[in-house]
Design a protein. Structure first.
Length: 72
C-alpha cells in the first residue's frame, strides 16, 4: 500500500495546540527514578490529578525545568 492510498478521513486533525503539548520520548536515555514520599498541599495535588493520566510525570517535568533554570 502506498501512502496516498491510506484513508485518513476518520483520523482527527492535529492542531498546533495539540502538537505543542506533545512529548517526544524516542531516543532518550532512560533516567533512573527514585520513589519518595513528598508532602504537597492538597489543592495542588488535586489540580494535577484533574489534569488526567500522567500527572506525576508532569510534576517531574516541571521540577526538572525549575532545576535546569536555576543551574544556569
Amino acid at each position: 500500500m502506498k501512502d496516498e492510498d491510506i484513508d485518513y478521513s476518520d483520523a482527527p486533525a492535529i492542531t498546533p495546540e495539540m502538537f505543542a503539548k506533545s512529548i517526544v520520548r524516542r531516543g532518550l536515555k532512560p533516567r533512573t527514578k527514585t520513589q519518595l514520599t513528598l508532602r504537597v498541599d492538597s489543592d495542588v495535588l488535586e489540580w494535577y490529578k484533574k489534569q488526567g493520566r500522567g500527572y506525576q510525570t508532569k510534576i517531574n517535568l516541571l521540577l526538572r525545568a525549575y532545576m535546569q533554570e536555576h543551574q544556569r
